[in-house]
Design a protein around this ligand. Structure first.
Ligand SMILES: [Zn+2]
Length: 394
């Protein structure tokens, strides 16, 4: 074996140890070895290096039973050893989040500003100014900043760092990483918001060993994130997985992307509110961007038995079901996880989802993959982009 190969294996093993500690919290050496399938001697050598580098430290675990016996020695990450900056750019909002080495969000700031009035230069200048202002408020983190990550809705090319199209911007094919990279002198990761969520879910203990799954994010729009063979999959051009813009009908309703009949054009918040407003007496709104309160009200009306509203959610479920059937036929994933703000109405869509799958999918494939909702929290995108940015810490 060449020297380079040995070094690469050592670096990969070290990254696996750090990742196991990030996912499961403090662990005994023997447990780390079992989780990542390495020998006790290898784990001892890696953890000794990590202790020397100040990346981990030993902590006392609980006593084995009722105070008898010696407490186990656990290994824990030093959360203050490194920081990353996560940025979430959405329509007229910039969310800045500081992440520690454990991947926790330790500070956060939300700036309301116009995002759709920029050209490439002014957008980059705005991002740098806001990021620098935020970091200057956290000088201790600024000193140990290792990388940045940006999450945005829409089509992104993660390899180039380009936003191909986003509802948050009125310009296309804009690079978001190079200017920030120069300003901060560290790597910058760009990701679609749904891919961030897939990454965040993969870092949860119950999902960390699930190596082939699909995340469908429903909310303002509909996005998809893939984890394939244990790693996020963004495709050859870095733009996978635009599940929301796969088609349900060639002559369906208008989608935000400009085409007709996309899954999002039935399931996205703006689509549901638009279709409901055409028939129901709903509070006046910017129909292109209904608020959470307005969407909750529409959901409540459907739950209270409003036939038209509940019919819309059932239809959204069927459309999702057809889309999920395509994913199941194509990918055969272990799980399909539905999350995002739109899971507020999952109970109203669930029967439709299964009807859609049963209608669309060859019967032999029905029931193999687990399909379920995951409760939504605003932090998931942030945790995902922080986890993605942390891959640059070695
Ligand atoms: Zn579309």
């Amino acid at each position: 074996m060449k020297k380079n190969d040995t070094e690469q294996i050592r670096a990969a093993n070290r990254a696996d140890v750090i990742n196991a500690l990030r996912v499961f919290g403090p662990l005994a050496r023997v447990d780390i070895g079992q989780i990542i399938h390495l020998s006790p001697a290898t784990i001892t050598a890696i953890t000794a290096d990590l202790v020397n580098d100040g990346i981990v430290h030993e902590v006392k675990g609980p006593s084995p039973s009722a105070g008898r016996g010696r407490p186990r020695v656990l290994i824990d990450l030093n959360s203050h050893h490194a920081s990353v900056l996560g940025i979430k750019l959405s329509i007229n909002e910039l969310r800045l989040m500081l992440g520690d080495l454990k991947g926790n969000i330790v500070a956060e700031s939300v700036v309301v500003l116009k995002t759709q009035t920029h050209d490439q230069a002014s957008l980059n200048a705005m991002l740098i100014e806001q990021a620098q202002r935020f970091m200057s408020q956290h000088p201790e983190h600024a000193k140990r900043l290792v990388s940045l990550g940006i999450a945005i809705q829409g089509f992104v090319d993660v390899h180039r760092g380009d936003v191909v199209w986003s509802p948050a911007l009125n310009i296309k094919n804009v690079n978001l990483t190079e200017a920030l990279q120069q300003a901060f002198g560290c790597p910058v990761e760009l990701a679609n918001d749904a891919n961030c969520i897939a990454h965040a879910i993969h870092k949860l203990p119950n999902y960390s060993r699930c190596n082939n799954f699909v995340v469908i994010m429903i909310g303002y729009g509909v996005g998809g994130g893939l984890v394939v063979n244990g790693a996020p999959y963004s495709g050859h051009f870095g733009a996978a997985a635009e599940f929301g813009h796969t088609k349900y009908s060639h002559e369906g309703p208008q989608c935000a992307c400009g085409r007709r009949g996309c899954i999002e054009a039935y399931v996205g918040d703006y689509a549901l509110y638009r279709d409901a407003s055409a028939v129901m007496d709903l509070p006046a709104t910017d129909r292109r961007h209904p608020s959470e309160r307005q969407m909750q009200k529409l959901t409540d009306m459907a739950q209270d038995g409003h036939a038209y509203a509940s019919g819309l959610f059932n239809q959204a479920g069927r459309v999702l079901g057809y889309g999920i059937a395509n994913i199941l036929a194509l990918m055969s994933p272990e799980r399909v996880v539905v999350t995002g703000p739109g899971v507020r109405a999952y109970a109203l869509m669930e029967a439709g989802i299964h009807e859609g799958i049963d209608e669309a999918l060859v019967p032999e494939l029905v029931g193999r993959s687990e399909i379920h909702a995951y409760p939504w929290s605003e932090d998931m995108t942030g945790k995902g982009i922080i986890a993605l940015a942390l891959k640059h810490f070695r």
